[in-house]
Design a protein around this ligand. Structure first.
Ligand SMILES: Cc1cc2nc3c(=O)[nH]c(=O)nc-3n(C[C@H](O)[C@H](O)[C@H](O)COP(=O)(O)O)c2cc1C
Length: 339
């Protein structure tokens, strides 16, 4: 295995930041990388707008050199459009891998027979993956999928074997069906069955919220790597904690309130700087577009209720900074413990 692919290998248990549309932007990935996330994947983009040169779609999959190893995730329903999109990405961005989304449960994706919609037709799914693999022989292709369409049609092990036969190099499995959405619990026993079915590394995903849980899930399932999504929202420190647990250090990485405030502000500033650099949404300095991204960082903060209520009234970065200063100041005297 070439050195550049060592992050796929069994043994070292790479930690992936799960792609999350609207949240895992360049700025957030920077925070997670600083806390030990090993592998990053862009949020998903559809193949057709990439081919049509829609600038906004191309911006979504931008990444920095420091974020490598970096994958670009695409979704689509036809082998041809997926192959063409993969070629364009490979030529222009030279990502470390291209990841295919077979997991998205959103109605508008599934109704096009893309994302988890393809889990209903494993043969077509395999055709899509095979076309992408052949289109970019120089770039490893990976896939991310759910267990199946619903509890009566768990196809993950069968699909994983087809993907492996088609040349896919690693497979991330979110242990839920499409029908579950985000309800119930991720089923790591089913993930373990996928591990037992293929030789390629399987990356386990679903509901990892602590270092302790990560180590337990890894032990139970035998996965080669772990992927963390919602647990890292507002809590990039989860990567540092998980790394520590994987090294055998059973410690919790609860940041101080001060670190949380600082990180929230740092994140807002990086988002703003990225926006200015890209000259996108340049027409105003309004920050309302980023408020939903900041929200997860307020959880568990003393004074967070006040902050959340008032954040929605902020229009500029200066207003966010003033509000944070105000909340920080009032915490010591008034509402410590409020969450
Ligand atoms: C807001 C949000 C956006 C998501 N966007 C994507 C996406 O673009 N591509 C993808 O493969 N999965 C996406 N997912 C699914 C996550 O990558 C992950 O599989 C899921 O959240 C389960 O992992 P977790 O329990 O660690 O969050 C998204 C999830 C959320 C909550």
């Amino acid at each position: 295995m070439p050195e550049s692919l060592s992050w796929f290998c069994k043994g070292n248990c790479p930690l992936y930041l799960a792609p999350m549309a609207g949240f895992t932007d360049i700025a957030f990935r920077e925070l997670c990388k600083a806390q030990g996330a090993d592998v990053m994947v862009t949020e998903f983009v559809q193949s057709e707008p990439l081919i049509r040169e829609v600038a906004r779609t191309w911006r979504t999959i931008d990444f920095t050199e420091a974020q490598r190893p970096m994958g670009v995730q695409i979704f689509g329903a036809t082998p041809d459009s997926m192959a063409r999109a993969a070629q364009l990405i490979a030529e222009r961005l030279r990502p470390d891998f291209i990841d295919i989304n077979f997991g998205c449960p959103a109605h508008n994706v599934v109704e096009q027979n893309a994302g988890s919609g393809l889990l209903r037709c494993p043969a077509l799914l395999a055709d899509v993956a095979g076309a992408v693999v052949r289109a970019v022989p120089e770039v490893p292709v990976t896939a991310k999928m759910r267990l199946g369409w619903d509890a009566e049609s768990i196809v993950a092990a069968d699909v994983a074997r087809r993907l492996e036969d088609g040349g896919v190099r690693a497979i991330a499995v979110h242990g839920r069906t499409k029908a579950q959405g985000y309800s119930g619990e991720a089923d790591w026993e089913e993930i373990a069955k996928v591990v037992a079915s293929v030789q390629v590394p399987v990356i386990g995903n679903g509901d990892i919220r602590s270092g302790e849980m990560a180590v337990r899930r890894r032990r139970e399932s035998g996965v080669a790597g772990l992927m963390i999504g919602r647990g890292a929202l507002g809590n990039p420190w989860l990567f540092a904690e998980t790394k520590a647990w994987l090294r055998g250090e059973e410690i919790s990485f609860a940041p101080t309130a001060e670190e949380r405030w600082e990180t929230l502000l740092a994140y807002a500033r990086i988002l703003m700087a990225d926006q200015e650099r890209e000259a996108y949404r340049r027409e105003s300095a309004d920050v309302r577009w980023m408020l939903s991204k900041l929200h997860p960082f307020t959880k568990d903060l003393p004074g967070s209720r006040k902050l959340r209520a008032q954040l929605s009234h902020c229009h500029s970065l200066e207003e966010v900074e003033r509000l944070v200063a105000l909340c920080r100041g009032s915490v010591d005297t008034q509402d410590a413990g409020e969450g």
